[in-house]
Design a protein around this ligand. Sequence first.
Ligand SMILES: Nc1nc2c(c(=O)[nH]1)N[C@H]1C(S)=C(S)[C@@H](COP(=O)(O)O)O[C@H]1N2
Ligand SMILES: [Mo]
Length: 507
Amino acid sequence: MDRLSAPAESLARRAAVLALAFGASGAAAVAGSFVVAGDGPAFLVTAVASTLLYLLPDALVTWGILTLGEYGRPLLAVAAAVGTVALFAALVAGVVRLAGQLNRSRADALFGAFLVQTVAAFALTVRPLAALAAGAAGGVTLAVAGRAVTDPDARTVPDRRAVLRAVGAAGAAAGIGWLVAPRAADLPDETVEDEGVLALLEAADERSLGVPGIDPLVSDGFYQVDINTSTPVVDREAWELTVSGGPTEFAVDYDDLTDREGEHRFVTLRCVSDELNGRTMDTALWTGVPVADLLAEAEAPAECCVRIEAHDGYYQGFPRAALERGFLAWRMNGELLPRGHGHPVRLLIPGHWGEINVKWVTGIEVRDEEVTGYWEERGWHGTGPVETVAKIHAVEPRGDGTVLVGGHAYAGTRGVDRVEVSTDGGETWTDATLSDRLPGAAPADGEARVEGVAADAWRMWRHEYEADEPHEVVARAVEPDGTVQPAEESDAFPSGATGWVRRTVEP
Ligand SMILES: Nc1nc2c(c(=O)[nH]1)N[C@H]1C(S)=C(S)[C@@H](COP(=O)(O)O)O[C@H]1N2
Ligand SMILES: [Mo]
Protein backbone atom coordinates (compact mmCIF):
# COMPACT_ATOMS: atom_id res chain seq x y z
CA MET A 1 0.00 0.00 0.00
CA ASP A 2 1.15 3.50 -0.81
CA ARG A 3 2.62 4.93 2.36
CA LEU A 4 1.82 8.54 1.57
CA SER A 5 -1.89 8.09 0.90
CA ALA A 6 -2.58 6.30 4.18
CA PRO A 7 -2.73 9.41 6.47
CA ALA A 8 -4.72 11.39 3.90
CA GLU A 9 -7.18 8.58 3.58
CA SER A 10 -7.62 8.27 7.33
CA LEU A 11 -8.04 12.04 7.63
CA ALA A 12 -10.84 11.94 5.07
CA ARG A 13 -12.40 9.02 6.89
CA ARG A 14 -12.14 10.83 10.18
CA ALA A 15 -13.83 13.90 8.67
CA ALA A 16 -16.66 11.82 7.22
CA VAL A 17 -17.25 9.92 10.45
CA LEU A 18 -17.22 13.15 12.46
CA ALA A 19 -19.66 14.82 10.05
CA LEU A 20 -22.05 11.91 10.45
CA ALA A 21 -21.76 11.93 14.23
CA PHE A 22 -22.27 15.70 14.46
CA GLY A 23 -25.17 15.41 12.01
CA ALA A 24 -26.73 12.79 14.26
CA SER A 25 -26.33 15.17 17.21
CA GLY A 26 -28.10 17.94 15.23
CA ALA A 27 -30.91 15.56 14.29
CA ALA A 28 -31.22 14.47 17.91
CA ALA A 29 -31.55 18.10 19.01
CA VAL A 30 -34.42 18.53 16.55
CA ALA A 31 -36.03 15.31 17.79
CA GLY A 32 -35.51 16.36 21.42
CA SER A 33 -37.36 19.61 20.86
CA PHE A 34 -40.14 17.64 19.16
CA VAL A 35 -40.53 15.43 22.26
CA VAL A 36 -41.50 18.49 24.31
CA ALA A 37 -43.02 20.81 21.72
CA GLY A 38 -44.74 18.49 19.26
CA ASP A 39 -45.76 20.16 16.03
CA GLY A 40 -46.24 23.52 17.78
CA PRO A 41 -44.46 26.88 17.62
CA ALA A 42 -41.81 25.69 20.12
CA PHE A 43 -40.65 22.99 17.67
CA LEU A 44 -37.24 23.95 16.28
CA VAL A 45 -38.11 23.27 12.64
CA THR A 46 -41.29 25.36 12.90
CA ALA A 47 -39.32 28.20 14.48
CA VAL A 48 -36.65 28.03 11.77
CA ALA A 49 -39.33 27.94 9.05
CA SER A 50 -41.03 31.02 10.54
CA THR A 51 -37.67 32.78 10.84
CA LEU A 52 -36.87 31.93 7.21
CA LEU A 53 -40.24 33.26 6.11
CA TYR A 54 -39.58 36.44 8.05
CA LEU A 55 -36.03 36.95 6.74
CA LEU A 56 -36.55 35.95 3.11
CA PRO A 57 -36.94 38.91 0.77
CA ASP A 58 -40.61 39.72 0.09
CA ALA A 59 -40.09 39.19 -3.63
CA LEU A 60 -38.91 35.62 -3.01
CA VAL A 61 -41.87 34.85 -0.71
CA THR A 62 -44.26 36.23 -3.32
CA TRP A 63 -42.55 34.19 -6.04
CA GLY A 64 -42.84 31.10 -3.82
CA ILE A 65 -46.56 31.66 -3.24
CA LEU A 66 -47.23 32.14 -6.93
CA THR A 67 -45.06 29.43 -8.45
CA LEU A 68 -45.04 26.73 -5.76
CA GLY A 69 -48.67 27.13 -4.71
CA GLU A 70 -49.73 24.31 -2.40
CA TYR A 71 -46.23 22.75 -2.57
CA GLY A 72 -44.70 25.85 -1.00
CA ARG A 73 -45.60 24.90 2.55
CA PRO A 74 -44.17 21.33 2.55
CA LEU A 75 -41.07 22.48 0.64
CA LEU A 76 -40.43 25.18 3.22
CA ALA A 77 -40.84 22.59 5.99
CA VAL A 78 -38.32 20.21 4.37
CA ALA A 79 -35.82 23.03 3.74
CA ALA A 80 -36.22 24.22 7.33
CA ALA A 81 -35.72 20.67 8.70
CA VAL A 82 -32.52 20.12 6.70
CA GLY A 83 -31.28 23.58 7.60
CA THR A 84 -31.96 23.10 11.32
CA VAL A 85 -30.11 19.77 11.47
CA ALA A 86 -27.16 21.32 9.59
CA LEU A 87 -27.11 24.36 11.88
CA PHE A 88 -27.12 22.33 15.09
CA ALA A 89 -24.49 19.93 13.70
CA ALA A 90 -22.24 22.86 12.78
CA LEU A 91 -22.65 24.33 16.28
CA VAL A 92 -21.42 21.16 18.03
CA ALA A 93 -18.62 20.67 15.50
CA GLY A 94 -17.46 24.20 16.29
CA VAL A 95 -17.60 23.62 20.04
CA VAL A 96 -15.62 20.37 19.87
CA ARG A 97 -12.98 22.04 17.72
CA LEU A 98 -12.75 25.02 20.03
CA ALA A 99 -12.39 22.74 23.06
CA GLY A 100 -9.46 21.07 21.28
CA GLN A 101 -7.76 24.37 20.51
CA LEU A 102 -8.18 25.48 24.13
CA ASN A 103 -6.88 22.13 25.43
CA ARG A 104 -10.09 21.47 27.36
CA SER A 105 -11.24 18.07 28.53
CA ARG A 106 -13.75 15.80 26.81
CA ALA A 107 -16.28 16.61 29.54
CA ASP A 108 -15.89 20.31 28.75
CA ALA A 109 -16.46 19.62 25.06
CA LEU A 110 -19.63 17.66 25.80
CA PHE A 111 -20.98 20.27 28.18
CA GLY A 112 -20.17 22.99 25.65
CA ALA A 113 -22.09 21.10 22.98
CA PHE A 114 -25.11 20.74 25.27
CA LEU A 115 -24.92 24.43 26.19
CA VAL A 116 -24.58 25.80 22.67
CA GLN A 117 -27.50 23.72 21.37
CA THR A 118 -29.70 24.70 24.32
CA VAL A 119 -28.91 28.38 23.93
CA ALA A 120 -29.45 28.29 20.16
CA ALA A 121 -32.77 26.46 20.58
CA PHE A 122 -33.85 28.97 23.21
CA ALA A 123 -32.88 31.88 20.97
CA LEU A 124 -35.04 30.44 18.19
CA THR A 125 -38.10 29.43 20.22
CA VAL A 126 -37.95 31.29 23.57
CA ARG A 127 -39.23 28.10 25.21
CA PRO A 128 -36.84 26.93 27.99
CA LEU A 129 -38.14 23.38 28.33
CA ALA A 130 -38.08 22.53 24.63
CA ALA A 131 -34.65 24.17 24.37
CA LEU A 132 -33.29 22.06 27.24
CA ALA A 133 -34.67 18.91 25.63
CA ALA A 134 -32.95 19.83 22.36
CA GLY A 135 -29.59 20.44 24.05
CA ALA A 136 -29.86 17.30 26.17
CA ALA A 137 -30.70 15.01 23.24
CA GLY A 138 -27.93 16.55 21.12
CA GLY A 139 -25.39 16.29 23.97
CA VAL A 140 -26.26 12.70 24.90
CA THR A 141 -25.98 11.67 21.26
CA LEU A 142 -22.52 13.13 21.11
CA ALA A 143 -21.55 11.42 24.37
CA VAL A 144 -22.65 7.96 23.23
CA ALA A 145 -20.79 8.39 19.97
CA GLY A 146 -17.68 7.85 22.06
CA ARG A 147 -14.33 9.22 22.99
CA ALA A 148 -12.89 9.33 19.48
CA VAL A 149 -15.58 11.80 18.34
CA THR A 150 -15.46 14.20 21.24
CA ASP A 151 -12.08 13.90 22.82
CA PRO A 152 -10.32 16.99 21.55
CA ASP A 153 -6.98 15.21 21.83
CA ALA A 154 -8.03 12.06 20.06
CA ARG A 155 -6.12 11.53 16.87
CA THR A 156 -7.58 8.14 16.20
CA VAL A 157 -10.18 7.60 13.51
CA PRO A 158 -13.52 6.89 15.16
CA ASP A 159 -14.81 3.51 14.07
CA ARG A 160 -18.01 2.83 12.30
CA ARG A 161 -19.66 1.85 15.57
CA ALA A 162 -19.35 5.44 16.84
CA VAL A 163 -21.57 6.59 13.97
CA LEU A 164 -23.99 3.73 14.53
CA ARG A 165 -24.29 4.63 18.20
CA ALA A 166 -24.89 8.32 17.39
CA VAL A 167 -27.47 7.53 14.72
CA GLY A 168 -29.09 5.09 17.13
CA ALA A 169 -29.34 7.78 19.81
CA ALA A 170 -30.86 10.27 17.35
CA GLY A 171 -33.28 7.57 16.18
CA ALA A 172 -34.26 6.83 19.78
CA ALA A 173 -34.99 10.53 20.39
CA ALA A 174 -37.12 10.63 17.23
CA GLY A 175 -38.95 7.47 18.32
CA ILE A 176 -39.69 8.89 21.76
CA GLY A 177 -40.88 12.09 20.11
CA TRP A 178 -43.18 10.14 17.84
CA LEU A 179 -44.65 8.32 20.84
CA VAL A 180 -45.00 11.06 23.45
CA ALA A 181 -44.93 14.43 21.62
CA PRO A 182 -47.98 16.51 22.54
CA ARG A 183 -50.61 16.68 19.84
CA ALA A 184 -53.37 19.23 19.74
CA ALA A 185 -56.49 17.48 21.02
CA ASP A 186 -59.17 16.96 18.40
CA LEU A 187 -61.95 19.51 18.50
CA PRO A 188 -65.02 18.10 20.29
CA ASP A 189 -67.67 16.85 17.92
CA GLU A 190 -70.39 19.38 18.55
CA THR A 191 -72.13 19.09 15.25
CA VAL A 192 -75.71 20.04 15.99
CA GLU A 193 -78.58 18.82 13.89
CA ASP A 194 -79.59 22.37 13.08
CA GLU A 195 -82.53 22.27 10.74
CA GLY A 196 -81.60 25.57 9.18
CA VAL A 197 -78.13 24.32 8.33
CA LEU A 198 -79.36 20.98 7.01
CA ALA A 199 -81.97 22.62 4.81
CA LEU A 200 -79.42 25.05 3.36
CA LEU A 201 -76.82 22.35 2.71
CA GLU A 202 -79.50 20.29 1.01
CA ALA A 203 -80.48 23.24 -1.13
CA ALA A 204 -76.84 23.71 -2.12
CA ASP A 205 -76.63 20.06 -3.05
CA GLU A 206 -79.78 20.23 -5.16
CA ARG A 207 -78.70 23.38 -6.94
CA SER A 208 -75.23 22.07 -7.79
CA LEU A 209 -74.78 21.20 -11.45
CA GLY A 210 -73.27 17.76 -11.86
CA VAL A 211 -70.03 18.51 -13.66
CA PRO A 212 -67.48 15.70 -13.37
CA GLY A 213 -64.21 16.68 -11.71
CA ILE A 214 -65.36 19.91 -10.06
CA ASP A 215 -66.62 20.64 -6.55
CA PRO A 216 -70.35 21.16 -5.93
CA LEU A 217 -71.60 24.55 -4.64
CA VAL A 218 -70.28 23.74 -1.14
CA SER A 219 -66.61 22.84 -1.62
CA ASP A 220 -65.51 19.29 -0.79
CA GLY A 221 -62.15 20.54 0.46
CA PHE A 222 -61.67 24.20 1.39
CA TYR A 223 -58.30 25.75 0.51
CA GLN A 224 -56.10 26.99 3.37
CA VAL A 225 -53.77 29.97 3.15
CA ASP A 226 -52.05 31.62 6.09
CA ILE A 227 -48.68 32.81 7.33
CA ASN A 228 -48.17 29.92 9.76
CA THR A 229 -45.82 26.98 9.46
CA SER A 230 -47.94 25.05 11.98
CA THR A 231 -51.67 25.61 12.45
CA PRO A 232 -52.37 27.78 15.52
CA VAL A 233 -54.15 26.05 18.41
CA VAL A 234 -56.40 28.52 20.21
CA ASP A 235 -58.25 27.47 23.35
CA ARG A 236 -61.79 28.71 22.97
CA GLU A 237 -62.28 28.91 26.76
CA ALA A 238 -59.47 31.46 26.94
CA TRP A 239 -60.37 33.21 23.67
CA GLU A 240 -61.64 36.77 23.73
CA LEU A 241 -62.40 39.36 21.08
CA THR A 242 -61.84 42.96 22.09
CA VAL A 243 -63.35 45.94 20.33
CA SER A 244 -61.37 49.07 21.09
CA GLY A 245 -61.05 52.66 19.92
CA GLY A 246 -64.28 53.78 21.57
CA PRO A 247 -64.83 55.41 24.95
CA THR A 248 -64.77 52.03 26.70
CA GLU A 249 -63.06 48.85 25.69
CA PHE A 250 -65.48 46.07 24.97
CA ALA A 251 -64.84 42.31 24.99
CA VAL A 252 -66.81 39.16 24.19
CA ASP A 253 -65.78 35.60 24.97
CA TYR A 254 -66.73 32.44 23.11
CA ASP A 255 -69.85 31.71 25.15
CA ASP A 256 -71.06 35.34 24.97
CA LEU A 257 -70.80 35.18 21.24
CA THR A 258 -72.11 31.71 20.47
CA ASP A 259 -75.07 32.03 22.86
CA ARG A 260 -76.45 34.53 20.37
CA GLU A 261 -78.72 33.26 17.67
CA GLY A 262 -76.45 32.65 14.72
CA GLU A 263 -77.48 33.19 11.13
CA HIS A 264 -76.23 31.09 8.23
CA ARG A 265 -74.49 32.59 5.23
CA PHE A 266 -72.98 30.99 2.16
CA VAL A 267 -69.73 32.85 1.55
CA THR A 268 -67.09 32.30 -1.12
CA LEU A 269 -63.47 33.11 -0.38
CA ARG A 270 -60.76 33.70 -2.96
CA CYS A 271 -57.10 34.46 -2.24
CA VAL A 272 -55.66 37.46 -4.06
CA SER A 273 -52.75 35.19 -5.04
CA ASP A 274 -55.15 32.86 -6.89
CA GLU A 275 -54.13 32.54 -10.52
CA LEU A 276 -56.77 33.34 -13.11
CA ASN A 277 -57.80 29.68 -13.45
CA GLY A 278 -56.35 28.68 -10.04
CA ARG A 279 -58.02 26.72 -7.27
CA THR A 280 -57.70 28.94 -4.20
CA MET A 281 -61.39 29.81 -4.32
CA ASP A 282 -64.00 27.92 -2.30
CA THR A 283 -67.43 28.18 -0.72
CA ALA A 284 -68.87 27.08 2.62
CA LEU A 285 -71.95 27.68 4.76
CA TRP A 286 -70.89 29.67 7.81
CA THR A 287 -72.77 30.27 11.07
CA GLY A 288 -72.18 33.47 13.01
CA VAL A 289 -73.39 36.96 13.82
CA PRO A 290 -73.09 40.30 12.00
CA VAL A 291 -70.12 42.41 13.13
CA ALA A 292 -72.36 45.48 13.00
CA ASP A 293 -74.24 44.26 16.11
CA LEU A 294 -70.98 44.06 18.04
CA LEU A 295 -69.77 47.46 16.87
CA ALA A 296 -73.04 48.98 18.02
CA GLU A 297 -72.81 47.32 21.44
CA ALA A 298 -69.22 48.48 21.81
CA GLU A 299 -70.30 52.01 20.89
CA ALA A 300 -67.41 52.10 18.43
CA PRO A 301 -66.88 55.66 17.18
CA ALA A 302 -67.66 56.47 13.55
CA GLU A 303 -64.03 56.64 12.40
CA CYS A 304 -62.97 55.69 8.88
CA CYS A 305 -60.77 52.71 9.43
CA VAL A 306 -60.13 49.51 11.33
CA ARG A 307 -57.20 47.36 12.33
CA ILE A 308 -57.91 43.67 12.88
CA GLU A 309 -55.59 41.49 14.95
CA ALA A 310 -55.23 37.75 15.19
CA HIS A 311 -53.72 35.18 17.51
CA ASP A 312 -50.96 34.28 15.01
CA GLY A 313 -49.59 37.82 14.84
CA TYR A 314 -51.37 38.50 11.53
CA TYR A 315 -53.06 41.89 11.18
CA GLN A 316 -55.04 43.76 8.56
CA GLY A 317 -56.36 47.23 8.00
CA PHE A 318 -59.26 48.32 5.81
CA PRO A 319 -62.22 50.72 5.68
CA ARG A 320 -64.71 50.49 8.49
CA ALA A 321 -67.56 50.38 5.97
CA ALA A 322 -66.39 46.95 4.81
CA LEU A 323 -66.29 45.69 8.39
CA GLU A 324 -69.85 46.92 9.01
CA ARG A 325 -71.06 44.30 6.51
CA GLY A 326 -68.83 41.61 8.03
CA PHE A 327 -69.67 38.44 9.84
CA LEU A 328 -68.07 36.65 12.81
CA ALA A 329 -68.31 32.91 12.22
CA TRP A 330 -67.84 29.97 14.60
CA ARG A 331 -69.27 27.17 12.48
CA MET A 332 -68.47 25.97 8.97
CA ASN A 333 -70.93 23.67 7.17
CA GLY A 334 -72.60 22.99 10.54
CA GLU A 335 -69.43 21.83 12.30
CA LEU A 336 -67.21 23.75 14.72
CA LEU A 337 -64.91 26.01 12.72
CA PRO A 338 -61.87 23.79 12.00
CA ARG A 339 -58.47 24.81 13.41
CA GLY A 340 -57.05 25.54 9.98
CA HIS A 341 -59.89 27.92 9.17
CA GLY A 342 -59.65 29.98 12.35
CA HIS A 343 -61.05 28.10 15.34
CA PRO A 344 -62.71 29.34 17.46
CA VAL A 345 -63.87 32.45 15.54
CA ARG A 346 -63.01 34.12 12.24
CA LEU A 347 -64.04 37.18 10.31
CA LEU A 348 -65.77 37.08 6.92
CA ILE A 349 -65.92 40.26 4.87
CA PRO A 350 -68.36 40.01 1.96
CA GLY A 351 -66.97 40.44 -1.52
CA HIS A 352 -63.37 41.14 -0.54
CA TRP A 353 -60.21 39.15 -1.22
CA GLY A 354 -59.50 36.36 1.29
CA GLU A 355 -56.74 38.17 3.15
CA ILE A 356 -59.00 40.44 5.20
CA ASN A 357 -61.15 37.49 6.27
CA VAL A 358 -59.02 37.23 9.40
CA LYS A 359 -58.86 33.82 11.12
CA TRP A 360 -58.28 33.30 14.90
CA VAL A 361 -59.42 36.92 15.25
CA THR A 362 -58.71 38.53 18.63
CA GLY A 363 -59.04 42.28 18.19
CA ILE A 364 -60.93 44.96 16.30
CA GLU A 365 -59.63 48.46 16.70
CA VAL A 366 -61.35 51.49 15.21
CA ARG A 367 -58.87 54.10 13.94
CA ASP A 368 -59.10 57.57 12.45
CA GLU A 369 -56.47 56.83 9.79
CA GLU A 370 -55.65 54.07 7.32
CA VAL A 371 -53.81 51.01 8.59
CA THR A 372 -51.36 48.98 6.51
CA GLY A 373 -51.90 45.22 6.63
CA TYR A 374 -49.49 42.28 6.71
CA TRP A 375 -49.56 41.57 2.97
CA GLU A 376 -49.71 45.25 1.98
CA GLU A 377 -46.39 45.73 3.77
CA ARG A 378 -45.11 43.01 1.44
CA GLY A 379 -46.29 44.65 -1.75
CA TRP A 380 -49.75 43.14 -2.26
CA HIS A 381 -52.94 45.18 -2.69
CA GLY A 382 -55.45 42.63 -1.48
CA THR A 383 -57.81 44.45 0.86
CA GLY A 384 -60.33 45.49 -1.79
CA PRO A 385 -63.23 43.80 -3.59
CA VAL A 386 -62.52 40.69 -5.65
CA GLU A 387 -62.12 40.68 -9.42
CA THR A 388 -64.79 38.83 -11.39
CA VAL A 389 -63.85 35.40 -12.73
CA ALA A 390 -65.38 32.44 -14.56
CA LYS A 391 -63.11 29.39 -14.18
CA ILE A 392 -62.92 26.49 -16.63
CA HIS A 393 -62.07 23.47 -14.49
CA ALA A 394 -63.87 20.79 -16.50
CA VAL A 395 -63.08 20.14 -20.17
CA GLU A 396 -64.48 16.78 -21.27
CA PRO A 397 -64.45 15.71 -24.89
CA ARG A 398 -67.02 12.93 -24.81
CA GLY A 399 -65.68 10.96 -27.79
CA ASP A 400 -69.06 11.15 -29.54
CA GLY A 401 -68.52 14.57 -31.07
CA THR A 402 -69.74 16.49 -28.01
CA VAL A 403 -67.73 18.40 -25.41
CA LEU A 404 -68.74 19.32 -21.84
CA VAL A 405 -67.11 22.34 -20.20
CA GLY A 406 -67.87 23.89 -16.83
CA GLY A 407 -66.65 25.60 -13.70
CA HIS A 408 -67.45 28.15 -11.02
CA ALA A 409 -68.01 31.88 -11.46
CA TYR A 410 -67.66 34.51 -8.73
CA ALA A 411 -68.03 38.28 -8.68
CA GLY A 412 -68.16 39.04 -4.94
CA THR A 413 -71.27 40.86 -3.81
CA ARG A 414 -71.85 42.24 -7.30
CA GLY A 415 -73.14 38.77 -8.15
CA VAL A 416 -72.98 36.65 -11.29
CA ASP A 417 -75.98 37.05 -13.58
CA ARG A 418 -74.79 35.08 -16.62
CA VAL A 419 -71.76 33.14 -17.83
CA GLU A 420 -70.97 33.34 -21.54
CA VAL A 421 -68.95 30.71 -23.38
CA SER A 422 -67.14 30.99 -26.68
CA THR A 423 -65.97 27.89 -28.53
CA ASP A 424 -64.18 29.82 -31.26
CA GLY A 425 -61.58 31.67 -29.22
CA GLY A 426 -63.82 34.64 -28.38
CA GLU A 427 -65.50 35.41 -31.74
CA THR A 428 -69.04 34.40 -30.79
CA TRP A 429 -70.65 33.83 -27.40
CA THR A 430 -73.44 31.65 -25.99
CA ASP A 431 -75.05 31.67 -22.54
CA ALA A 432 -73.99 28.73 -20.38
CA THR A 433 -76.38 26.87 -18.07
CA LEU A 434 -76.07 28.48 -14.63
CA SER A 435 -76.87 27.02 -11.18
CA ASP A 436 -79.67 28.72 -9.22
CA ARG A 437 -78.42 31.26 -6.70
CA LEU A 438 -77.75 29.90 -3.23
CA PRO A 439 -80.31 30.86 -0.58
CA GLY A 440 -79.48 32.28 2.85
CA ALA A 441 -78.73 35.43 4.75
CA ALA A 442 -77.16 38.46 3.12
CA PRO A 443 -74.81 41.19 4.41
CA ALA A 444 -76.34 43.67 6.84
CA ASP A 445 -76.96 46.54 4.45
CA GLY A 446 -78.92 44.38 2.03
CA GLU A 447 -76.26 44.50 -0.64
CA ALA A 448 -77.89 41.40 -2.08
CA ARG A 449 -79.62 42.23 -5.36
CA VAL A 450 -82.34 39.71 -4.61
CA GLU A 451 -83.85 39.19 -1.14
CA GLY A 452 -83.18 35.89 0.58
CA VAL A 453 -80.22 35.08 -1.65
CA ALA A 454 -76.60 34.59 -0.62
CA ALA A 455 -74.99 37.84 -1.72
CA ASP A 456 -71.40 36.68 -1.73
CA ALA A 457 -71.39 33.19 -3.19
CA TRP A 458 -70.24 31.72 -6.46
CA ARG A 459 -72.42 29.95 -9.02
CA MET A 460 -71.69 26.92 -11.20
CA TRP A 461 -71.92 26.88 -14.97
CA ARG A 462 -71.83 24.19 -17.64
CA HIS A 463 -72.07 24.07 -21.41
CA GLU A 464 -72.30 21.17 -23.84
CA TYR A 465 -71.65 21.55 -27.55
CA GLU A 466 -70.61 19.72 -30.68
CA ALA A 467 -67.06 19.91 -31.98
CA ASP A 468 -64.70 17.70 -33.97
CA GLU A 469 -61.80 20.09 -34.60
CA PRO A 470 -59.26 21.40 -32.08
CA HIS A 471 -60.44 24.79 -30.82
CA GLU A 472 -60.18 27.25 -27.96
CA VAL A 473 -62.95 27.59 -25.38
CA VAL A 474 -63.26 30.87 -23.47
CA ALA A 475 -65.54 31.81 -20.55
CA ARG A 476 -66.52 35.15 -19.00
CA ALA A 477 -69.00 36.18 -16.30
CA VAL A 478 -71.52 39.01 -16.59
CA GLU A 479 -72.81 40.96 -13.57
CA PRO A 480 -76.49 41.92 -13.07
CA ASP A 481 -75.86 45.48 -14.26
CA GLY A 482 -74.44 44.16 -17.53
CA THR A 483 -70.77 44.62 -16.68
CA VAL A 484 -68.76 41.99 -18.55
CA GLN A 485 -65.71 40.43 -16.88
CA PRO A 486 -62.76 42.52 -18.21
CA ALA A 487 -60.66 40.88 -20.93
CA GLU A 488 -57.48 42.71 -19.98
CA GLU A 489 -54.98 40.27 -18.54
CA SER A 490 -52.99 40.91 -15.38
CA ASP A 491 -51.08 38.67 -12.98
CA ALA A 492 -52.25 37.85 -9.46
CA PHE A 493 -49.52 40.06 -8.01
CA PRO A 494 -50.20 42.62 -6.69
CA SER A 495 -53.96 43.11 -6.85
CA GLY A 496 -55.53 39.93 -8.22
CA ALA A 497 -55.56 38.17 -11.61
CA THR A 498 -57.79 39.49 -14.39
CA GLY A 499 -58.64 38.34 -17.91
CA TRP A 500 -60.72 35.57 -19.52
CA VAL A 501 -59.88 31.92 -18.91
CA ARG A 502 -59.04 30.12 -22.19
CA ARG A 503 -58.51 26.39 -22.66
CA THR A 504 -57.53 24.47 -25.78
CA VAL A 505 -59.79 21.51 -26.52
CA GLU A 506 -58.78 18.55 -28.71
CA PRO A 507 -61.90 16.44 -29.28
N1 LIG B 1 -54.99 35.12 11.26
C1 LIG B 1 -54.86 34.97 9.94
N2 LIG B 1 -55.93 35.14 9.16
C2 LIG B 1 -55.83 34.99 7.82
C3 LIG B 1 -54.58 34.70 7.21
C4 LIG B 1 -53.45 34.54 8.07
O1 LIG B 1 -52.33 34.26 7.61
N3 LIG B 1 -53.63 34.68 9.43
N4 LIG B 1 -54.51 34.57 5.84
C5 LIG B 1 -55.55 35.23 5.05
C6 LIG B 1 -55.56 34.85 3.65
S1 LIG B 1 -54.29 35.47 2.68
C7 LIG B 1 -56.59 34.16 3.07
S2 LIG B 1 -56.68 33.93 1.40
C8 LIG B 1 -57.67 33.59 3.91
C9 LIG B 1 -57.83 32.11 3.65
O2 LIG B 1 -58.77 31.52 4.49
P1 LIG B 1 -58.86 29.94 4.57
O3 LIG B 1 -57.50 29.42 4.93
O4 LIG B 1 -59.91 29.60 5.58
O5 LIG B 1 -59.25 29.47 3.19
O6 LIG B 1 -57.42 33.77 5.29
C10 LIG B 1 -56.94 35.04 5.63
N5 LIG B 1 -56.94 35.16 7.07
MO1 LIG C 1 -54.96 35.20 0.54
